[in-house]
Every structure is written in C-alpha cells, then in structure tokens.
Write a protein that binds this ligand. Structure first.
Ligand code: FMN
Length: 137
C-alpha cells in the first residue's frame, strides 16, 4: 500500500471559535484513526495549513471530504508526494495554534515573522509543519 503526503492551505469561513475547532478535531481524529491517516493541522492568521499522510486512497478520500467543507474556502494544494515514512506518525491529527509558536519559525519560511501561506512552497510548508511538532497539543 503506497503512502503519500498531501499539504494544503485554506481560508477560514466566518467566526470559527476554539470550541468549533476542538469538535472538528475530535471527529477528524476518529475518522483518521480508522483510515490510518495521520497529520497536523495549523490554525493561524485566519488560515488553515494541514498535512495529511497515509495510504494513498484514504488520504485522497479524506481530502475530497475536507475540500467540500463549508467551514473553510479556497483550499490550495501545495504538495502531494509519495513517501517511504511518515513524519507525523504519533498523531491521528495534531493541532497547533499561534499561542505557543515562536514567531521566528514563521520568519524562517515567510517574508515577515507571521504566517503567510502564500509565501510557502510545498517543501517549505512541510518543513514549517515539521517545526510545529514541538508545539502541538
Ligand atoms: C480545516 C479542516 C480540517 C479537517 N480535517 C479533517 C481530517 O483530518 N479528517 C477528517 O476526517 N475530517 C476532517 N475535517 C472534516 C471534514 O471536512 C468533514 O466534515 C468530515 O470528515 C465529515 O465527517 P462525516 O462523514 O462523519 O460527516 C476537516 C475539516 C476542516 C474544515
């Protein structure tokens, strides 16, 4: 079974609050566990950046559901590739927000020390998500 990684970003719709994100996450974790999908979701500056990894069919199916979700809009795929090992195998879907993240991490990959997803390439988005691992909950 081929493993793949998919990274996209999107814009938040309306006033999504912490509680909404927590329940979204709980449901996502249950579904991902059952599907063998792992990853990380970052919420910052009114954007989501998410990496999904796992068996190709399951990652594709999960992304098709996510892209039709009305809680965000304009999803843009930054990266889709075959992998030989997962980067986020400890998490059915981990979660990071700005609260704990050091601004210098954003500055490593963006033109200013803030989360600017349009500045990212596929590989720099993945590198940023890997750096987020120490801040996840
Ligand atoms: C930013 C964002 C990230 C999401 N991530 C996941 C995910 O990793 N896995 C998942 O199954 N659903 C995820 N969802 C939810 C799906 O879009 C969809 O609502 C859910 O999978 C539908 O579940 P259901 O078929 O049980 O109704 C996400 C939604 C948003 C807005």
């Amino acid at each position: 079974m081929k493993l793949v990684q998919l990274v996209y970003f999107s814009s938040v719709v309306g006033g999504l609050v912490q509680d909404d994100i927590q329940s979204l996450l709980k449901h996502a974790q249950q579904k991902n566990s059952a599907a063998g999908v792992s990853g990380l979701l970052l919420f910052s500056n009114q954007h989501f950046l998410q990496v999904l990894e796992g068996p190709r069919t399951e990652v594709n199916t999960t992304y098709y559901r996510i892209q039709n979700d009305k809680r965000h809009r304009d999803p843009i795929i930054l990266l889709y590739k075959d992998i030989h090992a997962r980067d986020f195998c400890n998490w059915a879907m981990s979660w990071a927000t700005d609260v704990k993240i050091k601004k210098e991490i954003y500055f490593r990959y963006c033109s200013r020390p803030e989360f600017l997803p349009n500045d990212l390439t596929g590989e720099s988005a993945l590198a940023l998500l890997r750096d987020m691992k120490e801040f996840v909950s």
